[in-house]
Write a protein that binds this ligand. Structure first.
Ligand SMILES: [Zn+2]
Length: 339
């Protein structure tokens, strides 16, 4: 049944008015769409940062050497690194985020929680029945996406990190991460791209330099490594001689260019990790590869020294330079280099 509206235009003027009212929303939608397209184009990341078809180099060679573990959650790949140590990897989205499940005799933690696109808690529940809490290496969105699924959440006692956890990451700033070249496989079933956001959480534990997280028969030592972000930290599993590095190191282009980077702090943090190289053999990084020989830290240190001395090979685009090394690169703003 068609209801008769109050507005019933008759005559020539009425028809013009009626047409205008019908056309106006279409016209406004067209204008808005053009503006959005322009913004998207402007926000498209430089090829230096996000190369086209970045996924063509996947799978990365290291994964053929690791023990793959089944999961019902197709968005993730899970690899067992050691007894009670799993890498949970998101290979289909540009960040290639990796979080880690670390299980002790009494407790388990997940180090970082990825982009929030997949159901991390489900993956974790398939690997352990222990209660699992979260330890964040820092507060960037691609490391905290699933924090909201867990009760107990720890981060370094730093205002920037705490504020990031407490701040909702809106859909408008996330959507470019799941469109165009940023993903190469379908999003998980039931994932609502238009509603996707990262909900705020309240950290329940604030960690300090040297704190020991005791999981029962294995511990994680907090090493504050500011630079990539003010609240960045690494976690040292002394017994198993592995270091969880977050974004302080990963085998890819290290982000030393964004606004919240403090380059002097970053270099000092790399030196700090270098001074403790005798305590760990492998790095479990926040992106790309979960199992990297620790010697690379010495070479990252040397690379930063070289760059700051005005040397090294690079390409530059819009004031950002990408310096090329074996096993990693460094993205840095030209104005950060003093010489
Ligand atoms: Zn980061």
């Amino acid at each position: 049944m068609q209801k008769k509206g109050k507005f019933s235009p008759t005559g020539v003027n009425g028809n013009i008015l009626f047409c205008l009212i019908m056309i106006l929303p279409i016209f406004l939608a067209f204008v808005q769409c053009s503006v959005e397209k322009k913004q998207d184009a402007e926000e498209k990341r430089s090829e230096l940062i996000q190369p086209a078809k970045w996924w063509e180099k996947l799978p990365r060679p290291i994964y053929a050497k690791l023990e793959k573990v089944d999961t019902t959650q197709e968005w993730f790949e899970v690899y067992k690194l050691l007894d009670g140590t799993y890498a949970v990897y998101e290979p289909y989205q540009f960040e290639e985020a990796i979080c880690y499940l670390v299980i002790g005799k009494e407790k388990a933690v997940v180090i970082d929680t990825g982009t929030g696109i997949g159901d991390l808690k489900k993956v974790v529940s398939e690997l352990t029945h222990m209660p699992v809490s979260v330890v964040n290496t820092h507060g960037h969105w691609d490391h905290i996406g699933n924090n909201y699924q867990f009760e107990e959440i720890a981060c370094f006692n730093n205002a920037d990190c705490i504020n990031r956890l407490r701040t909702r990451v809106e859909n408008s700033s996330l959507k470019s991460s799941i469109t165009g070249d940023s993903i190469w496989k379908p999003l998980p079933e039931g994932f609502d791209a238009a509603a996707w956001e990262i909900p705020p959480v309240e950290p329940s534990i604030l960690l300090e330099e040297g704190n020991i997280i005791d999981l029962g028969d294995r511990t994680l030592e907090v090493i504050h490594t500011p630079g990539h972000s003010p609240g960045s930290m690494c976690l040292l599993d002394k017994k198993n001689r592995i270091l969880f590095t977050g974004d302080t190191f990963f085998p890819g282009p290290l982000y030393a260019y964004p606004e919240d980077v403090n380059i002097d702090d970053y270099i000092a943090s790399v030196e700090k990790l270098k001074s403790r190289l005798d305590e760990y053999d492998y790095l479990c990084a926040g992106h790309n590869d979960p199992w990297v020989k620790s010697e690379v830290i010495s070479r990252v240190s040397a690379a930063f020294q070289e760059i700051m001395a005005g040397k090294g090979e690079y390409k530059e685009d819009k004031g950002i330079r990408r310096y090329y090394y074996e096993g990693f690169d460094i993205l840095i703003r030209a104005d950060m280099i003093k010489n």
